[in-house]
Design a protein around this ligand. Structure first.
Ligand SMILES: Cc1ncc(COP(=O)(O)O)c(C=O)c1O
Length: 379
């Protein structure tokens, strides 16, 4: 690990002082995004439990909590372990089976832990682990409301799982969870999909209620649907993740404005030798290789100040800017900032993120929940 003073960056340094590619976060935009979501949740009396998979950083999670988030959502026990340093109420929105359970049970005992799951095996394994660790674990039964990824879509199965949880102390049946990741259209054209979603949630909660298993918590939501979460009848808790930084895909569907995209990849033009293009030092290992999801759109990212310029091809460390739609002809050494298609993947590729105001670097933070923190084999 290189941590020599030679590589240190003083607060107030200009962007040319950074080695590229580097992940930059516009602090004004970040602070605005966090405050705006907290205000939306308050206005609609919804509990806000942001998904940390987007920023994977305790410092950002602490800011979300300081703005009124009631807890955090994680996708892996390793993320939950890191986040337990700043939060005492964590939802693992992922079925925990196998050796993951050991890491989960090692979380601080004072932490209120909730797990979302969708199978009898997951209930039984979690109950066994919780019993051995002698700790209560709250459980959400996961519903499939259209994404067809995880979750049960037959409500008698949901009832059977909720009953199984209720009968498996120290597990506690706490409610239901869903993720509407299949809704990725323009905000204004979500009416039918949101109506179908609301109807599915209502029929599930009615069926659970008739079985004496009315869910106290109905946890769901995503960034593409976020500003319409209050229209989903019965929802009590929202779990957006991407909103904290936003990205090109989120802006494209109108779930944020282009000026709400807080994270960009700072890159240097390293070659202009091939006519009609410029090559930057941000390739697939800096931008990820995520297509635009749900909406039309070419490329792997667009320039912040020149959105018509796209990264149209990539190697691992080369990104090719297509200049055919512009008169702009950059020089070797020039800096550009790329708005990635899907920001969560980009964050995960970085050890450190730089917080900037305007053109000045104000601070940096570690992406401390990145990676899987797997144990080594020891002799
Ligand atoms: C289970 C779950 N909840 C919440 C989220 C947050 O969604 P978004 O990133 O659209 O805000 C995700 C995203 O992958 C998810 O998988």
């Amino acid at each position: 690990m290189l941590s020599m003073t030679f590589f240190a960056i003083a607060p107030g340094a200009g962007l040319p002082g950074l080695e590229t590619p580097a992940a930059l976060v516009d602090l004004d935009r970040l602070e605005r995004n966090i405050a705006r979501m907290a205000s939306y949740a308050r206005t609609h009396s919804l509990a806000l439990r942001p998904h940390i998979k987007t920023h994977k950083a305790t410092t950002i999670a602490a800011s979300q909590l300081a703005h009124g988030a009631t807890g955090l959502t994680c996708a892996t026990p390793a993320e939950a372990g890191v986040m337990s340093a700043v939060c005492d109420d964590i939802l693992l929105a992922y079925p925990a089976v196998g050796p993951k359970l050991a890491r989960l049970m090692a979380l601080p005992r004072a932490l209120s832990l909730t797990v979302a799951l969708d199978s009898a095996k997951a209930v039984d394994d979690l109950a066994r682990a919780a019993r051995a660790a002698d700790r209560p674990v709250r459980v959400f039964v996961e519903l499939d409301v259209g994404m067809h990824r995880v979750g049960v879509s037959a409500w008698d199965e949901a009832i059977a799982l909720a009953r199984r949880v209720r009968d498996s102390a120290p597990l506690e049946y706490a409610g239901i969870a869903f993720y509407p990741g299949h809704i990725r259209t323009d905000l204004d054209s979500q009416d039918a999909a949101l109506a179908a979603l609301g109807a599915a949630i209502k029929s599930a909660t009615d069926a659970l209620g008739r079985a004496g298993l009315a869910p106290k918590v109905v946890s769901g939501g995503s960034t593409p649907t976020v500003w319409r979460t209050h229209e989903i009848g019965g929802i009590t808790e929202m779990r957006p993740g991407t909103y904290v930084y936003n990205d090109r895909g989120t802006a494209e569907i109108g779930a944020c404005a282009p000026e709400d995209c807080a994270l960009t990849v700072l890159a240097t033009v390293v070659s202009t030798s091939v006519p009609g293009q410029a090559v930057i030092d941000a390739g697939a290992k800096a931008l990820g290789r995520e297509p635009m999801r749900g909406v039309e759109g070419e490329g792997w990212g667009a320039l912040l100040d020149r959105p018509e310029i796209l990264v149209t091809r990539m190697s691992e460390e080369h990104g090719i800017l297509d200049l055919s739609r512009s008169d702009w002809r950059p020089s070797v050494g020039e800096l550009v900032r790329v708005v990635p298609n899907h920001v969560c993947i980009v964050v995960h590729l970085n050890d450190v993120v730089y917080g900037v105001r305007g053109e000045r670097v104000e601070k940096s933070w570690r992406v401390d929940a990145r990676g899987r923190s797997q144990p080594m084999v020891t002799s």
